[in-house]
Design a protein around this ligand. Structure first.
Ligand code: PMV
Length: 324
């Protein structure tokens, strides 16, 4: 086999209705559906090149060779692709992010979406959007949502085959901006893979899961109708519920810093004062402050003035993963 190469770009995403906990950890089948938007301007660019002469898979992220767990996770996706394509060659994977590591933006979503697209293409496969979403999911659950465009819903499905994400509205549907307030944190975080595995130990997880269909519907409708007040209320509720589960799991996961909570108070005050803003937080201390894009400059300025905020990154609504 000659050398087969492909390059793909994909955006990270921020969840409005969160994914936390799997019903199957190996297949990354979630216990509930989720909704997100892709983050424009931020991306991972990944080139995969299958080379029969390589003795093993190689992974280079931002110019540095990566071994251990990171490589194992990538080889797991490459194995699925090799099996589908009926090839044996090892691959060189070169990946670059244009956003800083530790910036409070989950890089794994963009990384596995770009890897799924580039590796399947390089192996000679042409997968549908659903098949790509399913493949990306095996690397990181939230990566399934970085395959389709704009506002995306990941359906829990009945099993592996229909557990895929679909676009519910294109990027131009609603001009929202995610202003990510970076809160300095020296604490070592528990990664989401470990977090999902202990979600069920919280006595609150069942209640969260039972109520998810209701929150999904409110969030989906708020997006479709561009009802910011309903949208802000539901994303804050959903984020607070997920963190309640995290804090009450065994071992407990406390991702918030005092600056995180201070931003919650400010955001609610600003909204009460007429500024269209709402907050949501992933498995970290940084706060994603979502606003109508016309107010993004004002929100960014206010966030920068708060104690404990070291930087603010702003991103609009991004498109689908694509080949370049
Ligand atoms: O895809 P993972 O395993 O990194 O999990 C993502 C978990 C959250 O970011 C906290 C929520 C979400 O839905 O993105």
């Amino acid at each position: 086999m000659s050398t087969h190469t492909a390059t793909a770009i994909s955006h990270p995403n921020i969840a409005f209705i969160k994914y936390w906990g799997n019903r199957d950890n190996a297949l990354r089948l979630p216990v509930n559906g989720s909704i997100s938007m892709n983050l424009d301007g931020l991306f991972t660019r990944t080139t995969v090149s299958f080379q029969p002469s390589l003795p093993f898979d190689e992974l280079i992220i931002n110019g540095h060779e990566v071994a251990g767990k990171g490589l194992t996770r990538v080889s797991y996706i490459l194995d699925l692709v090799r099996e589908m394509a009926g090839i044996k060659a090892n691959a060189e994977v070169m990946s670059e992010n244009n956003f800083p590591a530790g910036a409070g933006i989950a890089s794994s979503a963009a990384a596995f979406a770009a890897l799924a697209l580039a590796s399947s293409q390089a192996a000679g496969l042409t997968l549908s959007e659903g098949q790509l979403s399913r493949l990306a999911r095996r690397g990181s659950g939230s990566a399934s949502r970085s395959i389709p465009s704009g506002f995306v819903e990941w359906n829990m499905g009945s099993g592996d085959e229909d557990c895929i994400a679909v676009s519910i509205a294109p990027p131009e549907h609603w001009a929202l901006t995610d202003c990510v307030a970076i809160v300095s944190s020296s604490h070592k975080k528990t990664g989401s893979t470990e977090g999902h595995a202990i979600a069920g130990t919280s006595p609150l997880q069942n209640a969260r899961v039972q109520d998810t269909a209701r929150r999904l519907e409110i969030c989906r409708n708020a997006i479709l109708k561009k009802d910011f007040e309903a949208f802000a209320n539901i994303i804050e509720l959903d984020s607070d519920i997920m963190h309640s589960v995290m804090m009450t799991s065994n071992p407990p996961l406390m991702y918030w810093q005092s600056a995180t909570v201070e931003i919650f108070h400010q955001v609610r005050e600003w909204r009460a004062g007429g500024l269209p803003v709402g907050y949501t937080v992933d498995a970290g201390a940084n706060v994603h402050v979502i606003c109508l894009s016309e107010y993004a400059k004002e929100v960014e300025k206010r966030l920068r003035e708060l104690p404990g905020v070291s930087n603010v990154l702003a991103a609009g609504v991004g498109g689908a993963a694509k080949l370049v």
